[in-house]
Design a binder for this molecule. Sequence first.
Ligand code: DLZ
Length: 169
Amino acid sequence: ASPGQGGSLRVQCAKEGVRFSETLDGTSLRVGVVRSRWNEGVTESLLEAVKRTLKECRVADDNVVEVEVPGAFELPLAARLMIETQRVDAVVCLGCLIKGETSHFDLIADKASAALMQLQMSTQTPIVFGILTCTTMEQATARSTGANNHGIEWAKTAVEMGTVKNVML
Ligand code: DLZ
């Protein structure tokens, strides 16, 4: 990448008071989205926000590749398969772990987050950690609905990091 391209990205991201979705351009990006079904209402709402925001960031519908898995524990392998077979610039992994509902909470959260970090470092493909780790369903609902739907920020992160990868590699 030329220094000019990198500079332009920095300027874009530093613009004061401008929303990422207005400045980040996902036109040339291909983004994978892996959604787990546990706590399905929550992860569906996260997915809806991710897809809407990717569209706002001008990622073409044809360049959004979706796959569904049972639970958060399955996200790392699906993300790896997505990277190896779908030529994606970034992957968003969506899940919801609720502490009150599973003694597996810490185990799954630790293993999934470590595997996703290791995967993004080894593949140089940005992976967005989109797993809600909550104490109650009320918390999960608050973080997956309305203006506080975390899917909005996660989609913007995918566009920003996919752009960073393409500018720098
Ligand atoms: C087994 C399990 C439990 C108890 N709780 C959750 C959860 O809250 N969120 C989630 O995404 N997945 C959960 N799972 C399923 C595991 O992630 C995984 O799908 C199974 O252990 C099969 O590997």
